[in-house]
Design a binder for this molecule. Sequence first.
Ligand SMILES: *Cc1c(COP(=O)(O)O)cnc(C)c1O
Length: 281
Amino acid sequence: WIATANAVAVAGAEPIFADLDEDGNLDAESVAALVSSRTKAIIPVHLYGKMCRMNRLLEVAAGHGLKVIEDASQAFGSSYKGVKAGGWGDLGCFSLNAMKNFGAFGDSGLVVTRDAEWHATLEALRYNGALDKVNCTAPSLNFKPDTLQAALMLIKFRFFEETIKRKRMIAARYDAALEGLVETPRADADDFHTYYAYTIRTTERDRLRAFLDGKRIETRIQHAPLMAMQPPYRSARRDRLTRAEKIVGEILSLPCHDKLTEVEVERVIEAVHAFFTGGGC
Ligand SMILES: *Cc1c(COP(=O)(O)O)cnc(C)c1O
C-alpha cells in the first residue's frame, strides 16, 4: 500500500524498491543487491498478515549496519518463529484504521520499540516534539490519537483474539476447499497468520473477479498498481520487479471477516468452484 513509500518520501528520504518473494513480502536477496552507502533502513511490510522472513532481512540489515522499521499495519497479532510483528525490527509501526484487524473507531495508529532512547524521541514526536507540553525538542506535528479513541480501543482489545480465531477458521475452510483450483495463501508451521486479507492467486484473476461480482460477492485487489509504478515513484531506483509484477496481476482477496456466516463462506466457495468447473472459465 502506497502509505509505506509516502512515509519515506515525506520524511525527506528516497524510497528504493526491492522485489518480492512468493508471499508478496520483501525478498531479502533483492534488498541485499540494492543496498548502497546511502541506505539507512529496510522497511518490510507484512502483507495480508503473513510475516516477512525476518531472520533473513535482519541478517542483511546487520551486515550493513541498517535499521529495520516494520510496517506491521496488516499484521497486528501475527508472529513468525514465535516473535510478534513489530518485535523484530528497531521500530514496529501499526495502522489502526477502521479496516485493520485491530481497527479503531476512525483513524489511529501506534509505534513500538524496545529502545529507551527511541521511545523518548517517539513520545516527543507524538505531540509537536514537546514532551512536557512546554519545551520543544524536535519539529513535529500533532499525531496523537485522542483519549476517547484510546478508551474505546482498550475495550475492543478484549475481543481481538476472538476476531482472529474466526478469521483463521474461515481461512482454513477456504484453504481446504480451494486448494488445487487457485493458489491459496501459504502459512508455514513457523507462521501465525492473522489474515488481514485472504488473498488467492490465479492467472484467471480478472475473469474470476467479474464472475464473483455477477454473483454479488465482493472481492478486492490489494494493492494495485505497485507502489513503484505510481506517478511519484516511477523514476525511483529499483531492482527488477519480476515477481512483484507477476503477483500483482494474479492476486484477489476473498471475503474474510469475523462477521461472515458459515452460509456466506460456503457461497463464496461454491461460486469459485462454479467458475472453474462450470461455464465461467
Ligand atoms: C493501512 C496501512 C497503512 C496506513 O494506514 P493509515 O490509513 O494511514 O492508518 C500503512 N501501511 C500498510 C501496509 C497498510 O496496510
